[in-house]
Ligand binder design. Structure first.
Ligand SMILES: [Zn+2]
Length: 430
């Protein structure tokens, strides 16, 4: 007797008509037709069953604060930074936990069950760290929340940041963060990368830096990050987030750099929604897009994932916890609209993110935790096209969220009927 049986699903690897049986919180079997009773049976009817979405780059301490204490009128990074500075003294632990819980409700409804959040640890009260640690415990039964100690105002530029970063790690934050391009000089930026990698090596922690989030083609801290990763033996545990300066770099230098990134086993996280809105803001026309070189990094074998970065906060008024919206923007910005590219974008919001943040037991496999999402779409590319509804969200065998399929009933004379957007599919290829 199984606890749950999802019947007739399409899997991300392309297998169709597959049943997935769940027992004791784990996947007991994956096969075309599984015999046996189940406490609950869900008919997938050919829809896509995917591992949960992963957001490897987010700012949970700021999310859902849009409008506090005022709106970002210009929508620029600079006004966003100023606004965050006005908001920080007003933040309370209770309000941050409450907003975090509300965001995690939204995330779960979107099948997003693992989030790595950068936590601004530049305020001496460290209220942000306290709140996010409490939130991590509160959501632990249903969502993985990893916390990065992020010296947002600069590790060397902001007085006291060196000690605050250490204190926040002592409190129990999980990952060492940084922002080398925001230090006063290139030299201090490089020194911060060296110091932060050393701290990570000493404490046995991963590293995730906001790195080169700039349109300056000479912002090359990722080169130092790759070198320090190798020097400290941190291969596989280091993420370079944003890397937007790579968009503007000289092609010859970029070709050397991509090889170094690969050699160091760096993971790369692009944040397409934010990169396309915050980069290129000093340009008139043509306007640069600012997202890092995703297809080229992928072609070189580098693990590239996409992050949401912001939802309804001082920097970004939009967003809905939908990693398919993130992938949808990425394929436009990159652009990566080849069949291979579209398919790779789905990996970038699922399995690649899991690899980047070191999730254990991720994926649809017999014996793995029964965590998955049933989408109202026929396959990964259709899921991105439709930003498909999440019909069923399951974690460790427990159903966390359910939704009815999205449909609409027409009352046009002669065209009456029910419209199911997911029934509009490509014609079978010859
Ligand atoms: Zn960020």
């Amino acid at each position: 007797m199984f606890d749950l049986l999802v019947a007739g699903a399409t899997l991300p690897d392309g297998r169709t008509g597959m049943d997935v049986a769940v027992s004791g919180g784990r996947i007991a079997a994956i096969a075309p037709r599984i015999e046996g009773e189940a406490a609950e049976r869900v008919e997938a009817a050919g829809r896509l069953l995917s591992p949960p979405f992963v957001d490897p780059h987010f700012h949970m301490d700021a999310t859902l604060s849009l409008g506090l204490p005022r709106l970002n009128r210009s929508g620029t990074l600079l006004e966003g930074i100023a606004l965050w500075g006005e908001l920080k003294p007003l933040l309370t632990v209770e309000a941050m936990v409450e907003r975090g819980l509300r965001y995690c409700d939204l995330a779960v409804s979107q099948g997003l069950l693992s989030i790595r959040s950068h936590v601004d640890v530049s305020d001496p009260t460290l209220r942000t760290a306290e709140a996010m640690i409490e939130l991590r415990e509160r959501v632990r039964p249903y969502l993985d929340l990893q916390l990065v100690a992020f010296p947002q105002d600069g590790y060397y530029r902001s007085p006291g940041a060196v000690a605050l970063l250490a204190r926040s790690l002592d409190m129990g934050l999980d990952v060492v963060g940084g922002i080398p391009h925001f230090e006063r000089t290139m030299t201090e930026g490089a020194a911060s990368v060296e110091a932060l990698c050393r701290i990570a090596a000493e404490r046995g922690l991963p590293v995730d830096l906001h790195c080169d989030e700039s349109d300056d083609p000479l912002s090359r801290h990722v080169e130092t990050l790759a070198a320090e990763t190798v020097r400290h033996g941190l291969q596989g545990r280091v993420v370079g987030s944003h890397l937007t300066s790579m968009h503007s770099m000289d092609n010859y230098y970029a070709s050397k750099l991509i090889a170094l990134i690969g050699e160091a086993g760096l993971h790369v996280v692009a944040n397409p929604l934010i990169n396309i809105t915050l980069q290129g803001r000093h340009d008139t026309y043509p306007k640069r897009r600012g997202m890092t070189r995703v297809p080229e990094l992928m072609a070189a074998g580098v693990n590239v994932a996409f992050g949401h970065d912001c939802v309804m906060d001082p920097w970004y008024a939009l967003g809905s916890g939908d990693m398919l919206e993130v992938a949808h923007m990425a394929v436009h910005v990159a652009p990566m609209t080849s069949r291979e590219g579209l398919r790779a974008a789905f990996d970038a919001v699922t399995v690649n993110g899991a690899r980047a943040i070191g999730l254990a037991g991720y994926g649809l496999a017999v014996g793995a935790p029964a965590s998955f999402v049933l989408l109202q779409a026929a396959d990964p590319i259709e899921a991105i096209r439709l930003k498909a509804r999440r019909l069923l969200v399951v974690r460790d065998g427990k159903v966390l969220a359910r939704a009815e399929p999205q449909t609409s009933r027409l009352s046009i004379p002669g065209r009456e009927g029910v419209v199911d957007p997911s029934s509009y599919v490509p014609h079978a290829a010859g």
